[in-house]
Design a protein around this ligand. Structure first.
Ligand code: GLA
Length: 403
């Protein structure tokens, strides 16, 4: 009888009260993550130097604030079951690192896994969710990426809900990034659990590539863009809950024009913008792509509407994103490696978006065109648009109504 009483008075209300921390990602999160470039080779010097570079390169000013340590920071659990960092690579502990990162006006993200072990074979959070969340909160962590390896038999929604509740009870607002690769259609159930959810397996720094590892595959940029039905995905996206097209490979080996496509599309799709390159030693071209103000403004637009794929004209996909104040972004993506001529008659292409309930027509209204990559105004919608788009490149425009 006493046990039932305790259950009703304490435990049940606690579970019912738990929720996602709201308003941590009103626009898509921006930052950096160690995995794509460094894999398991992470240590505290790398994280500090990356934080320094985030500030000195101008990336912080451009909006990148999260420094996220991915897999392999973990050591063993202590005798009480609390997780500890790897003593060789993180000898000062996570709290000291967090304080350093906070002192730079940045935020720190960490990584765990819903299963028994992480993908890199480190301790997972299964059975330790509340203890792990408590530690992260104690350390002052701001962001948790939660992976899905070694989870046989677990229910995805349930597992992510458990960690969401654990984070909530730990009391520190921590952005919750769901990473189950889209296997369980998180766009159908995750919007009140996490702030973003992956929609694909891991990205690969190739434009049009599949790397088959047998039991899983890595995916190039075009493959990720084509992987899901965008009409389904975009209905689920919005402020505080985003489709995550994976951490970026800009600066990790593709051609500059391919990096430009990659970045443009992550902006159009309102995906989190998490750089995955070595920002301590990036090229001028990489930095210019990652910090393009006009592209970032399209990603960070306050309406938070994920672009719609309007049509394809031969090799060229036309993506359209409604923006605040009646502006629109148009991105013409040349999928082919050859240059393609584009002729686009605005008047013949009104766009009606049923998801956001917005439309743009060009019969009476005239819009000015700003070329996001040329960084200049390039005429209006009065005349048909004529352009040659180089192979694997984009023409990305912001349309503003002319008074
Ligand atoms: C999975 C994730 C990656 C990365 C690795 C780490 O593959 O999808 O993004 O976190 O695990 O092991």
């Amino acid at each position: 009888m006493k046990k039932v009483f305790i259950l009703i008075i304490f435990v049940i209300p606690n579970i019912l009260l738990a929720q996602k921390f709201e308003n941590l990602a009103l626009t898509p999160p921006m930052g950096w993550n160690s995995w794509n470039n460094f894999h398991c080779d992470v240590n505290e010097a790398l994280i500090r130097e990356t934080a320094d570079a985030m500030v000195s390169s101008g990336m912080k000013d451009a909006g990148y604030i999260y420094i996220n340590i991915d897999d392999c920071w973990h050591g063993k659990r202590d005798s009480l079951g609390f997780i500890q960092p790897d003593p060789i690579h993180f000898p000062s502990g996570i709290k000291v690192l967090v304080d350093y990162i906070h002192s730079k006006g940045l935020k720190l993200g960490i990584y765990s896994d819903a299963g028994w072990e992480t993908c890199g074979g480190r301790p997972g959070s299964r059975g330790y969710e509340y203890q792990d969340a408590k530690k992260y909160a104690e350390w002052g962590v701001d962001y948790l990426k939660y992976d899905w390896c070694n989870t046989d038999g677990l229910n995805a929604r349930g597992a992510y809900l458990t960690m969401r509740n654990a984070l909530y009870h730990a009391g520190r607002p921590i952005l919750f990034s769901i990473c189950e690769w889209g296997d369980n259609q998180p766009w159908e159930w995750a919007s009140d659990i996490g702030h973003q959810w992956r929609i694909s397996g891991d990205i690969y720094p190739g434009f049009d590539t599949i790397v088959d590892h047998g039991t899983y595959k890595d995916w190039g940029v075009l493959q990720i863009l084509d992987m899901r039905d965008n009409n389904v995905l975009r209905k689920a996206a919005g402020p505080d809950h985003w489709n995550d097209f994976d951490m970026m490979e800009v600066g990790n080996g593709m051609r500059v024009n391919e990096d430009r496509v990659h970045f443009s599309m992550w902006c159009m799709l309102a995906s989190p913008l998490i750089a995955g390159n070595d920002i301590r030693s990036m090229s001028k071209e990489t930095l210019e792509i990652l910090t393009n103000k006009d592209a970032i403004a399209i990603n960070q637009d306050s309406l938070g509407i994920q672009a719609l794929k309007f049509k394809s004209i031969k090799n060229i996909d036309v993506w359209v994103k409604p923006l605040h104040n009646g502006d629109w972004a148009f991105c013409f993506l040349n999928r082919s490696a050859q240059p393609s001529a584009l002729e686009f008659d605005w008047k013949a292409n009104p766009v009606k978006d049923d998801v956001s309930n917005r439309e743009i027509t060009f019969d009476s209204a005239v819009y000015t065109l700003r070329d996001v990559w040329a960084k200049k105004e390039t005429g209006t919608t009065k005349k048909s648009l004529k352009a040659e788009i180089p192979g694997h490149d984009v023409l990305m425009l912001r349309l503003k109504k002319k008074n």
